[in-house]
Write a protein that binds this ligand. Structure first.
Ligand SMILES: [Zn+2]
Length: 203
């Protein structure tokens, strides 16, 4: 059991896997569940609140969110709707999103501080929909719906974009990007040199 909780190496900006488009998950077996546990452990050790499969060199459409540690933040106190029921976000954590589809974006948008385990220690303001609705499967292959807002919704949108090879820095305007360029280039140099093998046999 302990061996399955191994922490995986995190792919950094510059590693081409982060720019790949992930494929649908069609297998719901123990090897996948072990991978999701490893992703969770990897995210927690790195102090993250979300992680997408590409960040551990796996190109399937799955991401995890765990806002448990951030649950005292006032912007998370709001409840969310899970399978039609009003619940506290904390009661759902950690949550695995498989083959997610965002079905609704609120017109109202909000700028929030964004960051990413693959672009370590860099943060910037990104405007996204304040609330979203999403449909996804869990590791047992059961379908769910979720409507959430604020930090939860921001995190869902950030992780969802990973599955299509989009990173938060892609939302920056030219001036903001120029300010970060030296630090981005330093991370990219490391990312390009990474030799991270797939955590499972290729699908
Ligand atoms: Zn990220």
């Amino acid at each position: 059991m302990l061996a399955s909780m191994a922490v995986l190496p995190i792919c950094l900006l510059g590693n081409p896997v982060l720019r790949s488009k992930a494929s649908e998950v069609s297998i719901f077996d123990e090897s996948r569940k072990t991978l999701y546990r490893q992703m969770l452990e990897t995210m927690r050790r790195a102090d993250g609140i979300g992680i997408a499969a590409q960040q551990v060199a796996w190109t399937e459409r799955v991401f995890l969110i765990d806002l448990g540690a951030a649950s005292t933040r006032s912007d998370l106190v709001a409840s969310c709707r899970f399978d039609g029921q009003l619940v506290s976000p904390k009661s759902l954590m950690p949550l695995v999103f498989i083959n997610p589809v965002i079905t609704e974006f609120s017109e109202k948008r909000a700028a929030m501080l964004d960051g990413c385990l693959s672009i370590s220690k860099l943060f910037g303001s990104v405007e996204r929909a304040l609330a979203v609705s999403i449909r996804f499967w869990d590791p047992e292959g059961k379908e769910h719906t979720l409507s959430c807002e604020r930090l939860f919704a921001e995190c869902v949108q950030h992780e969802f974009e990973h599955l299509d090879g989009i990173l938060w820095i892609d939302h920056l305007d030219a001036a903001a990007r120029a300010r970060l360029r030296p630090r981005l280039e330093a991370i990219e140099r490391r990312g390009r040199q990474q030799k991270i093998s797939s955590p499972l046999a290729l699908p």
